[in-house]
Design a protein around this ligand. Structure first.
Ligand SMILES: C[S@@+](CC[C@H](N)C(=O)[O-])C[C@H]1O[C@@H](n2cnc3c(N)ncnc32)[C@H](O)[C@@H]1O
Length: 376
């Protein structure tokens, strides 16, 4: 088993090396801003941002998934859960402080980048483009804030789909991920205009409107469902204070479809959803709560489905997702363990044989504030 992303040129260590960790570290809870440095100062991890590296899953190659299933319900790097309420798709990279927030493995974020890109709702882009084109001050370029940016996949997806010069402010609490986001950031917009980035380390659940001052757009991907109701309301307040659109993609919807189906599917899904809601996290309720919060501030909100459709070509992601999904369900309901272990064994075998299809439902949300002095 390995937790390392391999290539001939670079490797991500299982734990952040001091150089990476320190490069964006500020004092706890404090936002620290780091602008992209010139070429050559950072080495890009293979594979992050669509590079050439390959991911060797923590459980070994996908072909050995069924064989590895006997230890199925232990923590698996990149697939979570690893024992903290609400953690998902997460690996704790350092042993120690149980109060340390969950950290997301870059390998997991890389695995999901392609399916995330395919899943995001294209239909929300035109209304967003129209709003951005009509924004006052547009000539100076767009200021885009990506909250919970991870390794920056949202920017790599969205920046080349928008016209005009852009400056992206990448927010995350994890300096290790911010480092990768900075080095793999997009360089040009749809029309070839330049794209620049800076990173800010901090807790996006405690963003003040000041932090988003001057923003043209706030965006996030796979973030809302790991926040609490109060945190989502605070985040919506910050967006409302900035008066800009918000595109919040890939929040879990709490529904999955596995083909072929199995009598245990529904019970696992229910336990997984309960796990996501532990400790006040919103999990599958995130989009409903965000809609409520935006509507309370007069924004118009559109929600579109953005499901992952996983088949044989996404076996590595499906394997990791299955391990995390079943593992979280068992953590939530230990009485499921006896039935869940053979269930997961069979599911992993079907996945390795190319005989499993999974649809994981998500939702994307676009909130457009009422234009100043007009109607939306
Ligand atoms: C599921 S990952 C998604 C990463 C990225 N947006 C993507 O789509 O690949 C969630 C990200 O949000 C960050 N995050 C979660 N809660 C946060 C918080 N309260 N403040 C700052 N970052 C947070 C995590 O560190 C992680 O990078």
């Amino acid at each position: 088993m390995t937790d390392t992303m391999k290539s001939g040129t670079a490797a991500i260590p299982a734990q952040p090396g001091p150089a990476e960790a320190e490069s964006v570290r500020g004092s706890e809870g404090e936002e620290e801003s780091v602008r992209r440095k010139g070429n050559g100062e950072h080495r890009m991890p293979a594979g992050v941002g669509g590079g050439e590296g390959t991911v060797e899953s923590a459980a070994g190659p996908v072909g050995s998934a069924a064989a590895a299933a006997d230890s199925v319900l232990s923590a698996v790097a990149g697939a979570g859960p690893v024992g903290r309420p609400g953690e998902r798709a997460t690996v704790r990279l350092r042993a120690g402080d149980p109060e340390e927030p969950p950290r997301y493995a870059p390998e997991w974020l890389q695995l999901r980048e392609g399916p995330d890109a395919a899943a995001r709702a294209q239909d929300l882009l035109d209304p967003l483009r129209i709003r951005l084109a009509n924004q006052p001050g547009r000539a100076g370029g767009l200021a885009v804030h990506d909250l919970g940016c991870g390794t920056g996949s949202m920017g790599r997806w969205l920046a080349p789909r928008l016209d005009g010069a852009q400056h992206w402010v990448l927010h995350d609490r994890d300096p290790y991920l911010l480092h990768f986001a900075a080095v793999a950031s997009p360089r040009s917009a749809a029309d070839g205009s330049p794209v620049s980035v800076e990173t800010r380390r901090g807790d996006v659940a405690r963003l003040t409107p000041d932090a988003l001052s001057g923003a043209s757009l706030v965006t996030a991907s796979a973030l809302l469902d790991v926040l609490t109701r109060d945190e989502v309301f605070a985040l919506v307040d910050a967006c409302a204070g900035a008066g800009c659109p918000a595109l919040l993609t890939l929040s879990v919807a709490g529904r999955v479809e596995l083909t072929p189906d199995h009598p245990l599917d529904a019970e696992i899904a229910e336990a997984f959803n309960a796990h996501q809601r532990r400790a006040g996290l919103l999990g599958p309720d995130a989009v409903t709560v965000a809609c409520e919060a935006f509507a309370a501030r007069g924004a118009s909100v559109r929600v579109h489905p953005s499901p992952w459709r996983l088949g044989p070509d996404q076996a590595a992601l499906t394997e990791q997702w299955l391990r995390g999904w079943v593992g979280a369900a068992v953590e939530q309901r230990p009485d499921l363990r006896e039935r869940a272990e053979p269930y997961l064994h069979d599911r992993l075998a079907a996945c390795a044989a190319g005989a499993l299809r999974v649809v994981v439902h998500h939702s994307d949300l676009l909130a457009l504030p009422r234009p100043a002095g007009g109607t939306s």
